[in-house]
Design a protein. Structure first.
Length: 320
């Protein structure tokens, strides 16, 4: 009878242990037991997944080695407070492992004097943090003075109000869902497609580029575009920052046309005439008419190639 009761007690204990182990291993949170030196003594399956490794390779490892550089001081303070205060501590840290995205976790736990161990729990709050980050991003972007659009899978998925204004649209509904290439002038489509392929493949930031866009009303504008790879709603995307440079381009065109007119006028003169263009107090360009060759022996093209050529016309003693 006693043997039967003993066997029954052992079976109950075994079942209880199995149930505890199952609950421990498959709990939705990460459970860790750390030594006084914060080395990993034990952990459950979820905890191992958070550290991106198998349990057998994590035992005796310093837990801090899996904490991001920015939040290591937070973890150290957590350990210090837990050992001194002997009450439950709560902090937020970031787990960072090679080749993986960071994991944001809520860290809680206590120090057991009897066992000389830290008993801690990790709750994954990455999704919550990403949501908060995206909300902050949206708020900043919405109030940006620059036109900002995001495209994903070749379609526009976001546009701020400045972008709506720039594109002569009535609302974001006229932009969302359209392909980016619809807004690009045919002369620029090949280069834009190539840039988009590169940024999508390399996940990098592209240098500023000048392009021409077709607006909703059919008019055209010149824009300066900055493209960069981002994560939008947990998926890869490309952010575009657009700046209208139409007036600047028109001013540059007028300047070139003005210089051409000036050149045509001065080429008919028999007197040597030259003009110095000054910007910000410095001479940046000199224009010589064709009569310069008769007077100096140098053509206007030679002066264009060597702006300091005129100095050679002076005697050495007079060059100062």
């Amino acid at each position: 009878m006693q043997n039967e009761e003993l066997k029954q007690a052992k079976d109950q204990a075994r079942l209880a242990l199995e149930k505890y182990t199952e609950l421990y291993d498959f709990a939705p949170n990460g459970y860790f037991t750390l030594s006084k030196d914060a080395e990993i003594i034990d952990l459950n399956i979820i905890g191992a997944k958070m550290l991106r490794n198998e349990r057998k390779y994590l035992i005796d490892k310093q837990f801090e080695s899996f904490v991001s550089k920015d939040t290591k001081p937070v973890f150290r303070q957590f350990i210090k407070n837990a050992s001194i205060n002997k009450i439950k501590q709560i902090s937020e840290i970031i787990l960072a492992t090679d080749n993986y995205l960071p994991v944001y976790v809520l860290l809680s736990g206590t120090f057991s004097d009897n066992r000389g161990e830290y008993l801690i729990t990790l709750i994954d709050i990455t999704e919550q943090k990403l949501h908060e980050s995206e909300n902050k991003y949206r708020e900043l972007v919405e109030h940006s003075p620059d036109a900002i659009a995001i495209y994903q899978d070749r379609k526009v998925v976001f546009a701020n109000m400045e972008c709506v204004r720039l594109m002569s649209a009535k609302s974001t509904k006229e932009l969302i869902g359209k392909t980016l290439i619809e807004f690009v002038h045919p002369d620029y489509r090949a280069s834009v497609i190539e840039r988009m392929k590169k940024i999508t493949k390399e996940g990098t930031q592209m240098p500023l580029a000048e392009e021409r866009f077709i607006l909703n009303d059919g008019s055209e504008i010149d824009v300066e575009v900055k493209s960069m790879s981002i994560v939008f709603e947990n998926n890869p995307a490309v952010q575009l920052i657009l700046r209208d440079i139409t007036e600047r381009k028109q001013a540059e065109t007028r300047l070139v046309e003005s210089e051409d007119r000036y050149k045509r006028i001065t080429e008919g003169l028999t007197d040597y005439l030259y003009t110095v263009i000054v910007k910000n107090g410095k001479a940046v360009k000199m224009i010589h008419n064709e009569a310069c060759k008769t007077i100096t022996g140098y053509s206007s093209k030679e002066f264009s190639h060597d702006p300091h050529l005129w100095i050679d016309m002076f005697f050495p003693d007079e060059r100062e």
